[in-house]
Write a protein that binds this ligand. Sequence first.
Ligand SMILES: Cc1cc2nc3c(=O)[nH]c(=O)nc-3n(C[C@H](O)[C@H](O)[C@H](O)COP(=O)(O)OP(=O)(O)OC[C@H]3O[C@@H](n4cnc5c(N)ncnc54)[C@H](O)[C@@H]3O)c2cc1C
Length: 458
Amino acid sequence: MADSHYDLCIVGGGINGAGIARDAAGRGFKVLLVDQGDFAGCTSSASSKMIHGGLRYLEFFDFGLVRKSLAEREIMMAIAPEIVHPLEFCIPHQNSVRPAWMVRLGLFIYDHLWPRKKLPSSRKINLKKHPYGLPLREDLDVGFTYADCWVDDARLVILNIRDAANHGADVRNYTKAIAVKRGDSKWNITVEEVDTGSKQKVTAKVVINATGPYAYEFLEKTGHVLNDTPKLRLVQGTHIVVPKLYEGQQAYLLQQPDKRVVFVFPYGKYSLCGTTETEFNGDPVEVMATRAEKKYLCESLNAHFKKQTSLDEIVWDYSGVRPLFEDSETDARKVSRDYRIYEDRAGGLTLLSIFGGKITTYRTLSEEVMDVLSLDFPDMKHAWTKNVPLPTCPVNLEQEPNDKDLRFFIEREWAKTAEDILWRRTKWGVHLPKDKVKAIEKRIPELIKKETTGNAPT
Ligand SMILES: Cc1cc2nc3c(=O)[nH]c(=O)nc-3n(C[C@H](O)[C@H](O)[C@H](O)COP(=O)(O)OP(=O)(O)OC[C@H]3O[C@@H](n4cnc5c(N)ncnc54)[C@H](O)[C@@H]3O)c2cc1C
């Protein structure tokens, strides 16, 4: 990367940094996007993968967030049909957790907060007669259905970044922003290539801190914490993958005795189940599922499904840290999932930080960031991402890959390691047989070597 000047330097290539980079580059700005690890390597590949209004936020009267998210759900279905799919959920009724009238009222509001074009309305079902009741325990006889969407979260990030690059953005993974200093009329930023330690200095008119769970720490390390800088609440969430619990493409929302909810999704030959909510204090990139979390999830499955699941049947688990905007709420369940854009304009130079947010609302967040930046760029072009589809993927992700497929991710999607391809660009790591995964793990470094040196792999 030659020394360069950018309009925007975006630090963090999760969904929020990716969305902002796409929006800004499409409006003609010169954008640099850096991530210290792989794109989507942190929270944005560890979500429950729902594009959803957030049914349970109604319980905390967060109508604004639910409405905004439901509106985004419609937009995301239209602009990313390859990776955003409608999904029907079944809620087995547990009267001891919430009375039926409350669930029905919640679903009625959910159905009507924003107009739906494709998704069906919610309804009450008899689990003794409806196919959704087949895998469930005999004592569950009433259920409700409603619809939301499922997304491949890591691919959503990469498609946004590809589009940002298509619009001229300079995008770099494994590149860390290590210093961010105000100069006379521009920011002086030092970025470091993580593998080589090589440092470059760049300048930018505006810096955007989209470092997710690192947002406060980033400001602290770069010396930009002010009296009114918000704090983050880090809440760990774990998912487990277990042998398929049921046939069919429906998902389940299981009501827990502690009033949380656990989701179960169809996941190829498996079922994906999550999530937990545990306060977290460590380094977000090192977050790991605890035995207690896995036990909690297995117990939830066993309380609802006929097929019983034990800890040793878990084939894969993953954890992420929700970067929640800290408020005075003590119960992690109740902390709002909405975002805040924090502006620091000291010395006439703008540093914006993103606190909180959801995958679902990344696009509208990106638009709001651009609105805030109209102070810095008064002649900014108008918003455009609402109606323009994201790029698609030419590789069939359901099939075992050949060299050409693997090369696509290296050449066009910045994959630098086998893990980048097997666990983020795709989920071949979990869905292909172990021996095939091993063979691909061996092959990818050879192809990467060929790409970087021009030498044919042996
Ligand atoms: C368990 C769980 C379930 C969830 N489920 C859902 C869901 O179903 N639907 C939904 O809408 N939302 C969901 N969310 C929320 C959503 O996943 C997050 O809000 C979102 O992914 C945050 O994205 P981000 O870009 O802010 O952060 P991240 O994805 O964490 O990205 C931040 C990036 O910044 C990088 N970075 C940090 N410091 C530096 C530096 N100095 N230099 C360069 N790069 C740096 C990191 O490497 C990281 O990649 C869930 C979250 C969790 C944890």
